[in-house]
Design a protein around this ligand. Structure first.
Ligand SMILES: [Ca+2]
Ligand SMILES: [Ca+2]
Length: 80
């Protein structure tokens, strides 16, 4: 019984933090985050815009691995 409750608590926390990240990201608009308007969002720009992303999270969103998010990667990262 305790074990089930613990599993539920852990699952609840995980979904809460996922919701927090997507709610935070949903408020972001690509052109607003891309402060130097070079068409790419760097980790620095993302952090400046209030994203609490680690380098690992950013690297995961950076699908083509060029070190910045283009609009497609940004949309994928901020979708749901
Ligand atoms: Ca930029
Ligand atoms: Ca990229």
């Amino acid at each position: 019984m305790k074990r089930i409750l613990l599993a539920l608590a852990v699952a609840g926390l995980a979904s809460l933090s996922a919701l927090a990240v997507s709610a935070q990201a949903a408020e972001m608009d690509f052109s607003a985050v891309d402060t130097d308007a070079n068409g790419m969002v760097s980790l620095e720009e993302a952090v400046a815009a209030g994203w609490e992303w680690s380098e690992e999270q950013f690297a995961e969103a950076d699908a083509d691995g060029d070190g910045a998010l283009n609009s497609e990667e940004f949309a994928a990262a901020t979708a749901g």
